[in-house]
Design a protein around this ligand. Structure first.
Ligand SMILES: C[S@@+](CC[C@H](N)C(=O)[O-])C[C@H]1O[C@@H](n2cnc3c(N)ncnc32)[C@H](O)[C@@H]1O
Length: 240
């Protein structure tokens, strides 16, 4: 679990561990996915929407939206699509190009039951949420003149990213205890190269080793107060 990772089994991390996924309700009423075999949730159990808004929207998107006519976003881990969904509505009057990578897309039997569109009850929110999931993988899809999304079905380690492209990165992998191979200087360097200078990366982890890896990869690292249940989150700016 992202904020409750006491008993994480590191024994096996293969795809079959997704097999017994279940939808659970987090503290703010919004759903998240629980993987019993890994004892891991996709979001904070204190509040999935609250966490996503706090970290990626408030500490990320909102801080640059007024100074950019167009924003290129990269997300590691599309998962439930919650970050993309919140970004779509928050960024409605700005041109947003959203690229996300996901190694294990959720099945329809899961995403169709998630309650985000009932809580963020805006115009067409159900339609938009479902479209985020049903739109083709591996090609850029335009929702309207402002919002495009390209969902890449692969591991982040395998993909090539354009240099100096992203203004904002949502680094939303599973926890560093569960996926140590992703929270490394090497992966952060790859992502840094794909970001513009001064681009911002957000993540829920404030672990010392994560901050050190980010610094070594050329980021200036800042700790910010976290959402409910989490003392600190990390915002990192590409400097070189
Ligand atoms: C903590 S969940 C968060 C997902 C999503 N941002 C959300 O709000 O639901 C992490 C996601 O990263 C995906 N993932 C794990 N390892 C990955 C990898 N190597 N490359 C791409 N995606 C990965 C998982 O399948 C999962 O959907």
């Amino acid at each position: 679990m992202k904020f409750c990772n006491k008993d994480i089994s590191k024994a096996s991390k293969n795809v079959s561990k997704y097999a017994q996924a279940e939808i659970v309700q987090s503290g703010d009423g919004s759903h998240t996915i629980f993987l019993p075999n890994l004892n891991e949730t996709y979001h904070s159990t204190y509040g999935a929407i609250e966490e996503s808004k706090h970290i990626f929207i408030d500490a990320g998107l909102k801080t640059i939206i007024n100074s950019h006519e167009e924003i290129n976003i990269f997300e590691l881990g599309f998962g439930t699509g919650l970050n993309a969904f919140l970004t779509y509505f928050e960024g409605k009057n700005t041109k947003i190009n959203y690229i996300t990578v996901e190694s294990n897309p959720l099945k329809e039997s899961f995403y169709s039951k998630l309650n985000y569109h009932k809580i963020i009850d805006k115009d067409n929110s159900k339609e938009i949420f479902l479209k985020l999931h049903t739109s083709d993988w591996n090609r850029k899809v335009a929702f309207n003149e402002n919002f495009t999304i390209k969902k890449i079905n692969d591991k982040v380690q395998n993909i090539k990213l354009e240099n100096n492209n992203f203004d904002l990165v949502y680094f939303d992998a599973f926890s560093p205890d569960l996926q140590p191979e992703l929270w490394t200087e090497q992966v952060f360097r790859k992502i840094a190269s794909a970001m513009k200078i001064n681009g911002i990366l957000l993540t829920y982890s404030a672990k010392g080793s994560v901050k050190r890896a980010l610094k070594n990869a050329g980021f200036k690292v800042e700790g910010l107060p976290g959402p409910t249940g989490k003392r600190e989150i990390t915002r990192a700016r590409r400097m070189v």
